[in-house]
Design a protein around this ligand. Sequence first.
Ligand code: BTN
Length: 321
Amino acid sequence: MKLKEKILNLLNEKETEFISGQYLAETFNVSRNAVWKAVNSLRQDGYNIYAVQNKGYTLDGEGIFTGEIIQSYIHSPVKIEYIPNVTSTNDIIMEYGRQGIEEFITVVADSQSSGRGRKGRIFYSPDNAGTYFSILLRPNINFSESLYITTAAAAAVTEAMKQLYNMDTEIKWVNDIYYKGKKICGILTEAHIDMESGTVDYAALGIGINVFEPEKSFHNDIKNIAGAAFCRSMFDNKIRCEITAKVIDIFYEYYKNLSDMTFLNTYKSRSFLTGKNVTIEKNGIVQKAFVKGIDDKCRLSVMLENGIEENLNSCEVNLSL
Ligand code: BTN
């Protein structure tokens, strides 16, 4: 790790505390001049580091959302590449997949101009509000098992919220996370399939979490559905870094042995649709159904109005009013 990164991590850890140049020099075994140069270089990168005579340095209390800080919270071998504004992090990761780049590189963005969700829907990704990231995966699985990437990721998001903030979030099968009745996260896995073998060549696992309300609020068309996990006035950007890292680390553990489905119990226990009456839309046909639960292949087990039971792999599901 470079001196710059070490200093940044320490200042971030100590939050509002001041740290003297002398302390930094001794801790990292470098000269005071080297510390001074590294701090200036961090300032040029856009970090607000204040210096007060006889006290030392401190980092802007607002917290920062950057790759270095996210990386410093990560314990798995995942490597973060932070790009402030992108079209879609999935676009970049699919391109990296084509280029043969190694598994687990993760692109994190502050905003996306063309963030997308399932079925070609727009995923609203304004700056300074959420975390939008995609992980490059090269799983050795058949296409039929690729659903487990999305379901493992959904379980990872709920588990991260529980471990970090004791929050009970729910999964709306198959890829949405809800909190207090509002959607706070969406997941989109896109994959390149090797047609000869029927296996997944590479995949982009994209996760978007509305950490705070957007500064200009949510668009009218999604206002009733979309929500944010936290109130901006009570937390700073550190939380965005923390969530991103925790979700990635938990997902990594689930993914290591994906076919063992160690995420399944979490996924099932967080299922929001279980025990509810819903409408399902499959091949253009809308039917009423009762959700019995999630089966061991992460399919939605339903009983249709005519009493027939089905395990659904994919379809549009909505709560009956
Ligand atoms: C959905 O709601 O249907 C899924 C939304 C997925 C959004 C994430 S944000 C990171 C990645 N990049 C995208 O363009 N989409 C995913």
